[in-house]
Design a protein around this ligand. Sequence first.
Ligand code: DX5
Ligand code: ZN
Length: 229
Amino acid sequence: MTFDRKIKIAPSILAADFANFGAECAAIEAQGADWVHVDVMDGHFVPNITFGPATCAAIRPHIKGVMDVHLMIAPVDPYIDAFAAAGADVITAHVEAGPHIHRTLQAIRAAGARAGIALNPGTPASAVEPLLDMIDLVCVMTVNPGFGGQKFIDMTDKVCALRRMIGDRPIHIEIDGGVDPDTAPLVARAGADVLVAGSAVFRGGSVSNPEPYGDNIRAIRAAAEGVYA
Ligand code: DX5
Ligand code: ZN
Protein backbone atom coordinates (compact mmCIF):
# COMPACT_ATOMS: atom_id res chain seq x y z
CA MET A 1 0.00 0.00 0.00
CA THR A 2 1.55 3.28 -1.08
CA PHE A 3 0.40 6.66 0.18
CA ASP A 4 -1.13 9.40 -1.95
CA ARG A 5 -3.89 11.97 -1.65
CA LYS A 6 -5.58 11.20 -4.97
CA ILE A 7 -9.30 10.50 -4.72
CA LYS A 8 -9.93 6.81 -4.03
CA ILE A 9 -13.39 5.28 -4.33
CA ALA A 10 -14.06 2.51 -1.81
CA PRO A 11 -17.36 0.72 -2.48
CA SER A 12 -18.91 -0.73 0.68
CA ILE A 13 -19.99 -4.33 0.20
CA LEU A 14 -22.73 -3.67 2.74
CA ALA A 15 -24.75 -2.79 -0.38
CA ALA A 16 -23.62 -5.90 -2.33
CA ASP A 17 -25.31 -9.28 -2.71
CA PHE A 18 -24.38 -11.03 0.56
CA ALA A 19 -24.68 -14.44 -1.14
CA ASN A 20 -22.09 -13.47 -3.73
CA PHE A 21 -19.35 -11.40 -2.08
CA GLY A 22 -16.48 -12.91 -4.09
CA ALA A 23 -18.00 -12.05 -7.46
CA GLU A 24 -19.19 -8.65 -6.20
CA CYS A 25 -15.65 -7.70 -5.06
CA ALA A 26 -14.18 -8.78 -8.40
CA ALA A 27 -16.90 -6.86 -10.26
CA ILE A 28 -16.37 -3.55 -8.45
CA GLU A 29 -12.61 -3.76 -8.87
CA ALA A 30 -13.02 -4.51 -12.58
CA GLN A 31 -15.30 -1.47 -12.77
CA GLY A 32 -12.73 0.90 -11.26
CA ALA A 33 -12.95 0.64 -7.46
CA ASP A 34 -9.71 1.62 -5.73
CA TRP A 35 -10.33 0.00 -2.34
CA VAL A 36 -12.96 -2.46 -1.08
CA HIS A 37 -14.66 -1.32 2.14
CA VAL A 38 -15.84 -4.12 4.44
CA ASP A 39 -18.30 -3.21 7.22
CA VAL A 40 -18.20 -5.42 10.29
CA MET A 41 -21.11 -4.88 12.73
CA ASP A 42 -21.82 -6.68 15.99
CA GLY A 43 -25.38 -5.79 17.04
CA HIS A 44 -23.93 -4.19 20.17
CA PHE A 45 -21.79 -1.18 19.21
CA VAL A 46 -24.25 -0.62 16.35
CA PRO A 47 -27.80 -1.93 16.03
CA ASN A 48 -27.07 -4.17 13.03
CA ILE A 49 -25.09 -7.41 12.53
CA THR A 50 -23.11 -8.28 9.42
CA PHE A 51 -20.24 -10.80 9.57
CA GLY A 52 -16.85 -11.46 11.13
CA PRO A 53 -13.27 -12.49 10.37
CA ALA A 54 -14.15 -15.79 8.68
CA THR A 55 -16.14 -13.95 6.02
CA CYS A 56 -13.30 -11.42 5.58
CA ALA A 57 -10.85 -14.30 5.04
CA ALA A 58 -13.19 -15.86 2.48
CA ILE A 59 -13.51 -12.56 0.59
CA ARG A 60 -9.78 -11.75 0.62
CA PRO A 61 -8.69 -13.90 -2.37
CA HIS A 62 -11.30 -12.11 -4.51
CA ILE A 63 -9.80 -8.66 -3.83
CA LYS A 64 -6.65 -7.64 -5.73
CA GLY A 65 -6.22 -4.25 -4.05
CA VAL A 66 -6.76 -2.82 -0.60
CA MET A 67 -9.16 -4.54 1.80
CA ASP A 68 -10.37 -1.79 4.13
CA VAL A 69 -12.05 -3.30 7.19
CA HIS A 70 -14.27 -0.99 9.26
CA LEU A 71 -14.95 -2.48 12.66
CA MET A 72 -18.20 -1.32 14.25
CA ILE A 73 -17.76 -3.64 17.19
CA ALA A 74 -17.08 -3.38 20.93
CA PRO A 75 -14.84 -4.66 22.32
CA VAL A 76 -12.33 -4.48 19.46
CA ASP A 77 -9.07 -5.78 20.89
CA PRO A 78 -9.90 -9.52 21.17
CA TYR A 79 -10.60 -9.64 17.40
CA ILE A 80 -7.73 -7.62 15.93
CA ASP A 81 -5.42 -10.55 15.28
CA ALA A 82 -8.21 -12.48 13.58
CA PHE A 83 -8.98 -9.61 11.18
CA ALA A 84 -5.29 -9.10 10.45
CA ALA A 85 -4.88 -12.83 9.78
CA ALA A 86 -7.90 -12.60 7.47
CA GLY A 87 -5.83 -10.27 5.30
CA ALA A 88 -7.15 -6.81 6.17
CA ASP A 89 -4.82 -4.10 4.85
CA VAL A 90 -6.48 -1.39 6.92
CA ILE A 91 -8.28 -2.05 10.21
CA THR A 92 -10.34 0.87 11.49
CA ALA A 93 -11.71 0.99 15.03
CA HIS A 94 -14.11 3.54 16.50
CA VAL A 95 -12.82 5.94 19.13
CA GLU A 96 -16.20 5.48 20.86
CA ALA A 97 -15.88 1.68 21.05
CA GLY A 98 -13.97 1.55 24.30
CA PRO A 99 -11.80 3.37 26.84
CA HIS A 100 -8.45 2.33 25.33
CA ILE A 101 -8.24 3.45 21.71
CA HIS A 102 -4.49 4.06 22.12
CA ARG A 103 -3.95 0.41 23.02
CA THR A 104 -6.21 -0.69 20.16
CA LEU A 105 -4.20 1.30 17.60
CA GLN A 106 -0.94 -0.14 18.93
CA ALA A 107 -2.39 -3.63 18.60
CA ILE A 108 -3.54 -3.04 15.00
CA ARG A 109 -0.07 -1.94 13.90
CA ALA A 110 1.56 -4.74 15.89
CA ALA A 111 -0.64 -7.18 13.98
CA GLY A 112 0.82 -5.85 10.72
CA ALA A 113 -2.12 -3.79 9.43
CA ARG A 114 -2.54 -0.07 8.79
CA ALA A 115 -4.41 1.55 11.68
CA GLY A 116 -7.53 3.61 11.18
CA ILE A 117 -9.64 5.52 13.68
CA ALA A 118 -13.32 6.28 13.03
CA LEU A 119 -15.28 9.20 14.47
CA ASN A 120 -19.04 9.16 14.86
CA PRO A 121 -20.82 12.38 13.85
CA GLY A 122 -21.02 13.45 17.51
CA THR A 123 -17.29 13.05 18.17
CA PRO A 124 -15.01 16.06 17.64
CA ALA A 125 -11.86 16.16 15.50
CA SER A 126 -9.84 16.91 18.63
CA ALA A 127 -10.21 13.26 19.70
CA VAL A 128 -7.61 12.42 17.04
CA GLU A 129 -4.96 14.91 18.15
CA PRO A 130 -3.12 12.75 20.73
CA LEU A 131 -3.10 9.81 18.30
CA LEU A 132 -1.73 11.43 15.15
CA ASP A 133 1.51 9.47 15.17
CA MET A 134 -0.32 6.16 15.61
CA ILE A 135 -2.73 6.26 12.67
CA ASP A 136 -2.71 5.78 8.93
CA LEU A 137 -6.33 6.81 8.34
CA VAL A 138 -9.12 8.83 9.94
CA CYS A 139 -12.64 7.80 8.98
CA VAL A 140 -15.16 10.62 9.37
CA MET A 141 -18.63 9.12 9.64
CA THR A 142 -21.19 11.19 7.78
CA VAL A 143 -24.05 9.00 9.04
CA ASN A 144 -24.59 7.30 12.37
CA PRO A 145 -23.02 3.89 11.76
CA GLY A 146 -25.13 0.76 11.42
CA PHE A 147 -26.92 0.94 8.11
CA GLY A 148 -26.36 1.77 4.47
CA GLY A 149 -28.55 4.14 2.52
CA GLN A 150 -28.84 6.88 5.15
CA LYS A 151 -28.86 10.61 4.56
CA PHE A 152 -25.48 12.39 4.51
CA ILE A 153 -24.71 14.49 7.61
CA ASP A 154 -22.49 17.46 6.74
CA MET A 155 -19.16 17.11 8.57
CA THR A 156 -17.23 19.56 6.39
CA ASP A 157 -15.89 21.61 9.30
CA LYS A 158 -14.58 18.47 10.98
CA VAL A 159 -12.86 17.32 7.79
CA CYS A 160 -11.23 20.75 7.37
CA ALA A 161 -10.01 20.67 10.98
CA LEU A 162 -8.55 17.19 10.49
CA ARG A 163 -6.88 18.18 7.25
CA ARG A 164 -5.15 21.08 9.01
CA MET A 165 -4.20 18.88 11.97
CA ILE A 166 -2.72 16.17 9.73
CA GLY A 167 -0.44 18.53 7.82
CA ASP A 168 2.19 16.55 5.91
CA ARG A 169 1.66 13.30 7.78
CA PRO A 170 0.78 10.32 5.55
CA ILE A 171 -2.73 9.92 6.98
CA HIS A 172 -5.75 9.32 4.76
CA ILE A 173 -9.05 11.07 5.43
CA GLU A 174 -11.91 8.72 4.64
CA ILE A 175 -15.58 9.67 4.46
CA ASP A 176 -18.21 7.04 5.19
CA GLY A 177 -21.96 7.42 4.77
CA GLY A 178 -24.24 9.01 2.22
CA VAL A 179 -21.48 9.70 -0.30
CA ASP A 180 -22.81 10.24 -3.84
CA PRO A 181 -22.03 12.63 -6.72
CA ASP A 182 -23.82 15.46 -4.86
CA THR A 183 -22.02 15.10 -1.53
CA ALA A 184 -18.58 13.94 -2.76
CA PRO A 185 -17.42 17.45 -3.82
CA LEU A 186 -18.12 18.86 -0.34
CA VAL A 187 -15.80 16.40 1.38
CA ALA A 188 -13.17 16.34 -1.38
CA ARG A 189 -12.91 20.13 -1.18
CA ALA A 190 -12.45 19.86 2.59
CA GLY A 191 -9.51 17.47 2.14
CA ALA A 192 -10.86 13.91 2.09
CA ASP A 193 -9.18 11.39 -0.23
CA VAL A 194 -10.97 8.05 0.42
CA LEU A 195 -14.68 8.09 -0.37
CA VAL A 196 -16.70 5.09 0.82
CA ALA A 197 -19.96 4.57 -1.02
CA GLY A 198 -22.41 1.69 -0.72
CA SER A 199 -25.79 2.43 -2.25
CA ALA A 200 -24.43 5.04 -4.66
CA VAL A 201 -22.09 2.42 -6.22
CA PHE A 202 -24.23 -0.72 -6.23
CA ARG A 203 -27.52 0.85 -7.33
CA GLY A 204 -28.75 -0.30 -10.71
CA GLY A 205 -26.16 -3.07 -11.17
CA SER A 206 -25.45 -6.71 -10.34
CA VAL A 207 -22.68 -9.24 -10.93
CA SER A 208 -24.35 -10.19 -14.20
CA ASN A 209 -24.80 -6.52 -15.13
CA PRO A 210 -21.78 -4.74 -13.57
CA GLU A 211 -21.52 -1.76 -15.95
CA PRO A 212 -23.71 0.46 -13.73
CA TYR A 213 -21.13 -0.05 -10.96
CA GLY A 214 -18.53 1.51 -13.26
CA ASP A 215 -20.84 4.37 -14.26
CA ASN A 216 -21.58 5.06 -10.59
CA ILE A 217 -17.90 4.95 -9.55
CA ARG A 218 -16.92 7.28 -12.41
CA ALA A 219 -19.71 9.72 -11.49
CA ILE A 220 -18.57 9.96 -7.86
CA ARG A 221 -14.91 10.29 -8.86
CA ALA A 222 -15.63 12.96 -11.47
CA ALA A 223 -17.72 14.96 -9.00
CA ALA A 224 -14.98 14.76 -6.35
CA GLU A 225 -12.14 15.55 -8.73
CA GLY A 226 -14.15 18.39 -10.27
CA VAL A 227 -13.54 20.54 -7.23
CA TYR A 228 -9.89 20.86 -8.29
CA ALA A 229 -10.75 21.84 -11.86
C1 DX5 B 1 -22.43 2.56 7.73
C2 DX5 B 1 -21.28 1.91 7.01
C3 DX5 B 1 -21.07 2.45 5.65
C4 DX5 B 1 -22.20 2.20 4.71
C5 DX5 B 1 -22.24 3.30 3.70
O1 DX5 B 1 -22.44 2.15 9.04
O2 DX5 B 1 -20.09 2.07 7.74
O3 DX5 B 1 -19.84 1.97 5.10
O4 DX5 B 1 -22.12 0.99 4.04
O5 DX5 B 1 -23.37 3.10 2.93
P1 DX5 B 1 -24.00 4.27 2.06
O6 DX5 B 1 -22.96 4.67 1.09
O7 DX5 B 1 -25.18 3.60 1.43
O8 DX5 B 1 -24.37 5.37 3.01
ZN1 ZN C 1 -18.09 1.66 6.78
